[in-house]
Each structure stands twice: as C-alpha cells, then as structure tokens.
Design a protein around this ligand. Structure first.
Ligand code: DGL
Length: 284
C-alpha cells in the first residue's frame, strides 16, 4: 500500500494524479485536518506532526509514504529520511535502502521548472513555512543557478480551502492580493509554481485573476500544479526501485483517514475526487 499524507485536503490534488497514472496500487490517504494548517507552524511542530503521520501509515501497512504536502516536505522530510527511518525501519533490504520509504514533492517539482520557463523568471506561491525554508530557491538553483526565483507566502489560501470557501466571492480578494504582490516583486515572471498542494483547488480563481492581467496587457504566465509532475516522478521511482515496487499491494483500492470529522471530510473530499469517499476518523 502507498500512503499519501497531507495536513488536510490539499494532498488529494496529488493523490488524484497519482491514481490516474498508477491505478494498480492500493492507497491510504491521511489528512491531518484537525491540525491544519501546517504552513504557519514552527519547524519542530511540523516535523513532530509529520513523523506521527508517517509512523501511523507505516503501522497500517504502507511501505511507501508520499508527503503530498510541501510544508511537511520542506520541514520534515530530510530529518525523517536521515534520522528516523533507520530506527523506524531497522532492516534494510538487499538494495541497502530502508524497506519502507518516505518521499517528498519539492524536488520533482523543482526538477521540471526548466521545461517551462522561457525567460528564467520563476514565481513560487507557497505557505509561509515553505517560503521561510527556502527549499524551492535552493532546489531550483541547484539545477539552474541562473534562474531568478521570487517567492510569495499566501497564508490565507489554505484556510479558504480547508473551509470549503474556494468557490466563494471572498476567495477572489485573497487570490488577487497575493498574485499582485508577487508580480510587483518581479513583473517578468513567466512561470508560477503552485507550491502548496491546496492551491490547485483555487485554480479557477487563480486562472481568472491571470486572465484579468492578460486583458490588461500583461504577458501570459504558465501555471504549474504539482500533481502530474509528482505522479510522473513516482512512476519513475518505482521503475527504478523494483525491490520496493514488488512489495506494494495492487488491488486498485483507495481508503481515507482524517483526524477531523468523517462527515466534513467525506463531503469536501467527494467534491475534489469526483467520487464517493468512505473515510475513518483517527487520532494521531
Ligand atoms: N498542503 C500543504 C502544502 O503543500 C500544507 C498546507 C498547510 O497546512 O498549511 O504545503
């Protein structure tokens, strides 16, 4: 089974594309909705919460956990991979790698930036935590040192999504606010990364605001959501790690867990996933 973790609903935007690309596997989604948002929390708290989630998903039989959350990937992934995995999963398999793995979503996103930007001006829209971690500028500059990376924290976007207000009129104000701020910092941006998995749920509003800019004579901007990029990268990872791939169950099922109310999760998740959701409440 593959575990997919996020602070709340955002990871569903990744799960959807992963399941489309790799429908054969069984998935277990965990949304820590009761403690979302993570993006405004400290490094230590995000790390603790993420580790609890990883342990839980391992205990349920997941051999691989995808942190479908940029904030968790930025603040917890490296420590979990380097410090915790060797103790959580003491037995390494014949490849010398841990028999259970945790993957993040920042590197696969950063790796694809070069395919999209034409003028080398990239914007990163993310939570305050992801922005403060500098993970995106670091990862992008590692591959493309000459690219100009401009970041913008969008602290109101996750609460809007978690409260199912992504289609509401109030969302337009905050969508335009942060887009105006990032284009003020660098008007030349030609590629915008939605570097928080919640943000694709605001896609219609973001596209509408960008359309308004184009009508006002501004240049077109390529909007990059992570789902497809992560799905491609995961598929490639599993091809390269057959020892792990062989251990993943392949029943094509998907189950959901939330730390919040089951009804609330099922209602919103069914809209995002386009199917009925059966969800179980858990405490971490
Ligand atoms: N969806 C998450 C991300 O990609 C976290 C949002 C939050 O809880 O603040 O960063």
């Amino acid at each position: 089974m593959i575990g997919v973790f996020d602070s709340g609903f955002g990871g569903l935007t990744i799960l959807k594309d992963i399941r489309r690309k790799l429908p054969q596997y069984d998935y277990l989604y965990l949304g820590d909705n009761a403690r979302a948002p993570y993006g405004t929390r400290s490094f230590d708290v995000v790390y603790e919460y993420t580790l609890e989630a990883v342990r839980y998903l391992f205990s349920q039989g997941c051999r691989l956990v995808v942190l479908a959350c940029n904030t968790a990937s930025a603040k917890a992934l490296r420590t979990i991979q380097q410090r915790d995995l060797p103790t959580l999963v003491p037995v390494a398999d014949s490849s010398g790698l841990p028999s259970k793995r945790v993957l993040g979503i920042i590197r696969p996103t950063a790796e694809s930036v070069g395919l999209y930007t034409k003028n080398g001006h990239v914007g990163v829209l993310a939570t305050p935590g992801t922005v403060a971690s500098e993970s995106y500028p670091i990862e992008i500059h590692h591959l493309l040192p000459e690219v100009v990376v401009t970041q913008q924290a969008c602290p109101m976007w996750v609460p809007i999504v978690e409260n199912a207000e992504f289609d509401g009129d109030g969302a337009d104000y905050f969508v335009e606010k942060y887009l105006n701020e990032i284009f003020l910092k660098d008007p030349e941006i030609d590629t915008l990364i939605l570097a928080c998995t919640h943000y694709p749920l605001l896609m219609r509003k973001i596209e509408k605001a960008l359309q308004k800019r184009r009508e006002a004579g501004m240049h077109p901007v390529c909007l990059l959501a992570q789902g497809r990029l992560v799905a491609e990268s995961l598929s490639d990872y599993l091809n390269r790690h057959q020892e792990l791939e062989k251990q993943l169950s392949k029943g094509g099922n998907c189950s959901y867990l939330t730390t919040e109310s089951e009804d609330k999760f099922a209602q919103s998740a069914a809209i995002f996933m386009g199917e009925d959701i059966c969800v179980k409440h858990i405490d971490l």
